[in-house]
Design a protein around this ligand. Sequence first.
Ligand SMILES: NC(=O)c1ccc[n+]([C@@H]2O[C@H](COP(=O)([O-])OP(=O)(O)OC[C@H]3O[C@@H](n4cnc5c(N)ncnc54)[C@H](OP(=O)(O)O)[C@@H]3O)[C@@H](O)[C@H]2O)c1
Length: 516
Amino acid sequence: MSSIPQPVQFGEAADQISRSQPAGPCVLVIFGVLGDLAKRLLFPALWNLARERLLPEQFAVVGFGRGDLSQQQFREQIRANLQDADGRRAGGAAEAEWLLSRLSFVQSDFTDADGYQRLAAALREVDQNRATGGNYLFYLATAPEFFLEVTERLGRADLLRQTEGRSRRVVVEKPFGRDLASARQLNRDLLRVAAEEQIYRIDHYLGKETVLNILVLRFANGIFEPVWNRRYIDHVQITVAETLGVEARGGYYDHTGALRDMVPSHLMQVLALTAMEPPSSFSADAVRNEQVKVLHAIPPLGARECGICAVRAQYTGGEVEGVRLRGYREEERVAPGSETETYAAMKLAVDNWRWAGVPFYLRTGKRLAARNTEVVIQFRHAPLTLFRAASVELPSANRLRVRIQPEESISLLFAAKAPGPRVTVRPVEMRFCYRDYFGQAGQTGYETLLYDAMNGDASLFKRGDMIEAGWSVVTPVLEAWESPLSPLCFYPAGSEGPEASNELLKRDGYQWMPLK
Ligand SMILES: NC(=O)c1ccc[n+]([C@@H]2O[C@H](COP(=O)([O-])OP(=O)(O)OC[C@H]3O[C@@H](n4cnc5c(N)ncnc54)[C@H](OP(=O)(O)O)[C@@H]3O)[C@@H](O)[C@H]2O)c1
């Protein structure tokens, strides 16, 4: 009789650690602890981890920020944040208190050397009280201009030196650079202060279950991988669509735009997981090596190709369900004549044996008709001569749709005969929804990443060369778009996007999947 298969663990540390065990002892130090990321995502994620019993007894959080708060006021503020947190689950009051009892605050500016001395003293005290063993995870929930400064100051305060049995890691948020040159420079600068193995470049999309499930879908099932190539796949669509506008982030966004904000990070990551070759193991480097290889196989668009294969657009005013929405140029802290794109679409190739000739269409935008992040794998048509003779409506080609947001699901479209005496072929959908099947409670996407970083498992974090490979694809487009000759298209808020983006696919005989 065959034995029951054991669950497979993802990541380098899988041999030693199972994701059902608490993380190893450590102190999490959050820089920018009073900011939006910490409030909406990091603390709720820690709370979720506490509820899942995935935080160890030897654990503490030290917040670093410039708010004028006593220890008690700091804890009260975090308690209030937890109560407001989006997607919070019922119950968990005891775990919230458990977490709050492990919090302390160091009040300092990021640029104040003395603050790092006080941090070092606070860490020594926590090590004594909580037996955290000198293991520190520094989370830079700061604006990007502080990534290097804080890391350098940590180095100068001797907080990054790893000795045997003591881990010192730095989690760096996105955006990592503004283009290829600045990303390279930041990598070089960080590597002067910390080793690559100490740097955890985060992309929170990688903590989403369905993003990881792309790997499991492809490599843990016998039926998909044989057809996952140019012989059977016609084209691929990757969408990250938001209904939100720029909200309070107009000042940041106007200097960034949709391409920089989303493509080198989230879209390239999803593309890499969709198109990469099977890694030789699930160790961090084996997986990341394959991701880099596939990103390197994308030929950068030349200046002329950018005019044909890339679309930039901005939303104008519109109306959704009777509510009038402002145009981008009317948003707060956006220049009235701004040329910044809030929508970007492009057609890319992956020039390797598996994907030659298969177009990858990418689009991302704000103020679109629906919130929708997904990968659509469009398979080739079956030979339909039989049905042509029967003069029935031709069925659609098979389509696999991996949804990442808002709900996490996977569906397969195929043809079925509709009941009745006549041969009528209809497309039908087979659908797996994560929540229905596993009853998964609301997660922020940061739980897995925090847990892995505490355990030193870097599989879901970006290596420096991955970041640079993503920017290599995007930078030529950014440069082409800087030309005054590069057209900016427009689309009404609440719509499916600009017509030029539809044209991009129509020219090849395709159309985007509707967002709704
Ligand atoms: N928020 C999100 O949903 C999200 C998602 C993904 C990635 N990120 C990334 O996460 C990082 C943080 O974003 P955020 O939205 O949390 O930003 P934020 O709300 O502006 O928070 C930044 C925090 O840093 C503090 N700060 C700024 N300058 C400081 C200084 N010189 N010394 C000490 N503290 C200082 C701010 O304090 P004051 O309040 O006193 O100014 C604030 O508490 C960014 O890199 C962002 O791109 C954010």
